[in-house]
Design a protein around this ligand. Structure first.
Ligand code: ZN
Ligand code: ZN
Length: 288
């Protein structure tokens, strides 16, 4: 397969691109996304939620190239055989790129690692993990103007389908490339990799030497997301994902744009839809 721009050997298909043209196209796509949705401004204090996986390493390094004030925030869940490796990649890249790294752990917050919690109680790992991660990142990002996450086109298309199939359309206004705009108690969240497929991000990270190997979270195959992901990857194309995202964005324009004002949780003070937030609820169970 040849690059359709220069006839050099291609490193990726859909469209066929050589290394040079793929890297240039990828960066341009991220820049266009930032521009289209006005995701970031010069002079902002930018935090990147970084797991050390391909997505967060890619966006972290690109933003460091284009913006002055970039810090990485990472959460150590305590997942045996998974976290150590990604943490190693993250620390190495942060050091090479001169990016400050803030680390928060489940162990410090709850007294237990995720593995220990799952042994103690029968939780769905992704539910409890997502809740604690969001909480810790939300706390750590308060001193920043904007929080960048590495969600890619695959993640986002999956989320839209999952919410649609579960009937959770009321949370659609909170999905999209830019969320938490003007909402009290939340740092604005943006997703510059919104239109980059997982394959493109993986290729970019690999060609740049950010990740030594691709490791999946050992808990991932248990989730509903895994089913949706399999369906999309086996029966969909890059265009299918693109189509879902663009249709969603069109639909989103018809939603009322009221900013969500959530009252504070009576325990921790973080904005919450319920009297006691999910984090505090889980925390009570874990520590009982
Ligand atoms: Zn080329
Ligand atoms: Zn709470």
């Amino acid at each position: 397969m040849q690059c359709s721009k220069c006839k050099e050997p291609a490193v990726i298909s859909e469209p066929a691109r050589c290394k040079k043209h793929f890297l240039a196209d990828f960066e341009q796509k991220v820049k266009d996304t930032i521009e289209r949705f006005q995701l970031l401004q010069k002079g902002q204090k930018i935090a990147v939620a970084a797991s050390g996986g391909k997505d967060s390493l890619t966006i972290m390094v690109l933003l460091k190239k284009w913006y002055e004030n970039v810090t990485a925030i990472t959460i150590d869940e305590g997942i045996e055989g998974y976290r150590a490796k990604t943490m190693e990649d993250l620390q190495r890249v942060c050091k090479e790129q001169n990016i400050p790294l803030i680390t928060k752990s489940y162990k410090d917050f709850t007294g237990y690692t995720l593995d220990e919690m799952l042994k103690k109680q029968k939780f769905h790992p992704c539910t409890i993990c997502g809740t604690f991660r969001r909480h810790l990142i939300s706390i750590a990002s308060k001193e920043f103007d904007v929080l960048v996450t590495g969600h890619n086109a695959d993640d986002e298309a999956q989320t839209i389908l999952m919410n649609l199939l579960k009937g959770n359309t009321d949370i659609f206004p909170r999905n999209g490339p830019k969320t938490g705009v003007g909402a009290k108690g939340f740092t604005q969240r943006v997703k510059p990799l919104y239109f980059c497929t997982e394959k493109e991000v993986a290729t970019f990270a690999f060609l740049n030497g950010f990740v030594s190997e691709f490791i999946e979270c050992p808990n991932a195959p248990e989730g509903f997301r895994y089913l949706i992901r399999t369906v999309l990857n086996n029966h969909g194309t890059k265009e299918t994902k693109q189509h879902i995202l663009e249709q969603f964005l069109k639909m989103k324009e018809t939603f009322p744009t009221k900013s969500v004002e959530l009252p504070p949780c009576k325990n921790c003070g973080e904005p919450s839809a319920r009297e006691t937030c999910k984090t505090c609820e889980f925390l009570m169970v874990v520590q009982s």
